[in-house]
Design a protein around this ligand. Structure first.
Ligand SMILES: [Ca+2]
Ligand SMILES: [Ca+2]
Length: 99
């Protein structure tokens, strides 16, 4: 998800899904977006929709919008949502090649 070519590939697979989480959160410190491996989001990796992240809605635990998701419509850009909002989860793992 950190690279544009990955995002382009995923568009063809997720065009019917409404909410896809991909391992980016600001739950520990509001406004500091971190990948699930602890690496901080870099400006050149960002793909936020205009006006996002806005931390607008709060869930029953008192947390704001602390989980980023991809919304296919209109342009596969990112939005932040309360982490309990139902959605699919995208996982990434390294590929091991056999010689
Ligand atoms: Ca937040
Ligand atoms: Ca939002």
């Amino acid at each position: 998800m950190r690279q544009q070519n990955t995002r382009s590939l995923l568009r063809s697979y997720f065009h019917r899904v409404q909410v896809i989480y991909f391992g980016l959160t600001d739950r520990v410190q509001e406004g500091r977006w971190v990948w699930d491996d602890g690496e901080e989001l870099q400006p050149d990796q960002s793909n936020w929709r205009s006006g996002e992240p806005n931390n607008l809605n709060y869930d029953y635990t008192g947390h704001g919008e602390d989980c980023a998701f991809i919304a296919p419509r209109p342009q596969y850009q990112w939005n932040d949502s309360p982490c309990g909002t139902p959605g699919f989860v995208l996982c990434e793992r390294p590929i091991q090649y056999q010689k």
